[in-house]
Design a protein around this ligand. Structure first.
Ligand code: EPZ
Length: 420
């Protein structure tokens, strides 16, 4: 069995580069289906969710290969719209093939998406928006069957700024007849990246009055070469690991403009930050204060994907903290594992209430989801003694090599392959 072994209690001292973004790469992969020819994604992250997406694309008839860190996708032979590949149930982003297959072929058939167990995660908002563009849904053997003779542009008001729903509707609207307006869409940087990628392919997407995405349908799109942006959640994870260990680190290739909400909290904790172009020098030696009230919110609010890692970092603060999770209804699994390490955490409704602990004690813990697993690594780095984190497969969904990154930041961490 594989696990990550951490010898904690040592302040991080070192530097690391930040990988490209999982949540930017996945919708861009789905978008590549919209153009006939070869798309090249430069610096595409080597993570299992990307491998799941490419397995589905190969099943649909695409030819896919890597050239060093660039992923090449030839969609000329795309012919199938029926996704049977088991990868589709392994992650949430498979549902984004709805928008791009409908745009390219007018049909899509796929299982309900999988993904981290952090809530019900329905796709009702996706489907409502697509229905208003003329898509007809039926259910066959527990698969979503979608078809449309011609996607029609229309006005859509999202009931919640869902990242995935905004992305799916963008993918359907770029080749639709006429103009689509999406009011109340998500503003996450990854949605911006998808729009930028689609516009480079020849789409016509713009924000109007900061609240409404306007998409003028075009006849066709062309394949492009595009570089994936750095991952803001990976960068935030390592900054919070520095807080947990009172360390001092330098990160290279950081999308600092996308970490505003975290920056505010890091400074409130007592951290000192210097930004030089895309490098961040972060001194967390005095980042000891608790945070009375943090709420996770859609962008530009504090990202839910850093909630568990922030909680881990706050377990050793000198005053109480509270984090309210407003985006997902059950993203608290990691808190139970942190409690095994002597963290003093209570969950009340959707609030994580943290009392200062004198120390964390290294022990065996299990990652049940991607960011919860990252939180356990953060806690293990701060804990006294040795922590073993099982469930590495969850971490590999979004971190191309968290062990190597933490080693370069000075952490005593290794991956162990224990033969049964
Ligand atoms: C994206 O998930 C990210 N995943 C998530 O990151 C991230 O946590 C989330 O956005 C919020 O920022 C990818 O980009 C691949 P949502 P998504 O639709 O699109 C509800 C990670 O760790 N909702 O904005 O699934 C939903 O249940 C992952 O990298 C509906 O009710 O998020 C949730 O409570 C985890 N109906 C809330 O909205 C819908 O049709 C936010 O979901 C869609 C969503």
């Amino acid at each position: 069995m594989e696990y990550i072994r951490i010898k904690g209690g040592i302040p991080l001292r070192g530097e690391a580069g930040i990988q490209s973004s999982k949540n930017a790469a996945l919708p861009i992969l789905a978008a590549a289906l919209l153009a006939k020819g070869t798309t090249v994604l430069e610096k595409c992250p080597r993570i299992t969710d990307v491998y799941h997406m490419t397995a589905i694309m190969e099943e649909l008839g695409c030819r896919i290969w890597w050239e060093e860190e660039n992923l090449c996708i030839d969609t000329s032979q795309l012919s199938r719209f029926d996704i049977c590949c088991p990868s589709a149930r392994c992650m949430r982003s498979s549902c984004l093939f709805l928008g791009s297959l409908l745009g390219r072929l007018g049909q899509a058939r796929l299982p309900y998406p999988g993904g981290c167990v952090i809530g019900k995660r329905p796709i009702d908002i996706h489907m409502e928006g697509l229905k208003s563009m003329g898509v007809v849904f039926t259910e066959q053997e527990e698969k979503i069957n979608a078809s449309v003779s011609r996607l029609e542009g229309c006005r859509i008001q999202l009931s919640y700024p869902s990242v995935g729903a905004t992305e799916n509707l963008l993918l359907a609207a770029v080749l639709a007849e006429g103009t689509t307006q999406i009011k109340g869409g998500a503003k996450e940087p990854e949605v911006e990246e998808l729009s930028r990628f689609l516009n480079q392919m020849g789409a016509r997407i713009r924000w109007k009055d900061g609240e409404t995405l306007v998409i003028k349908g075009v006849k066709s799109l062309s394949p492009v070469t595009y570089q994936i942006v750095p991952d803001r959640i990976v960068a935030g994870t390592y900054l919070l690991a520095a807080v947990a260990t009172r360390g001092k680190i330098t990160l290279h290739n950081v999308p600092w403009g996308h970490l505003g909400a975290l920056e505010v909290q890091l400074m409130k904790m007592g951290g000192r930050i210097r930004v030089l172009d895309h490098d961040v020098i972060f001194d967390a030696s005095e980042a000891v204060h608790g945070l009375k009230e943090v709420r996770t919110l859609p962008y530009p609010g504090f990202p839910t994907d850093l909630q568990s890692q922030l909680a881990a970092a706050l377990t050793l603060a000198d005053s109480p903290s509270q984090i309210e999770e407003t985006v997902f209804e059950s993203r608290f699994a990691a808190m139970e594992e942190l409690t095994k390490m002597q963290a003093r955490i209570k969950i009340k409704e959707r609030k994580i209430q943290i009392q200062p602990a004198a120390f964390l004690k290294g022990t065996d813990v299990h990652a049940g989801d991607l960011r919860g697993g990252a939180a356990l690594v953060v806690a293990g780095l701060a804990a006294q003694g040795v922590t073993k984190v099982t469930g590495c497969e969850f971490l590999e969904r979004g971190y191309s090599d968290i062990v190597k990154d933490i080693q370069s930041l000075g952490g005593r961490i290794e991956k162990v392959n224990q033969q049964p």
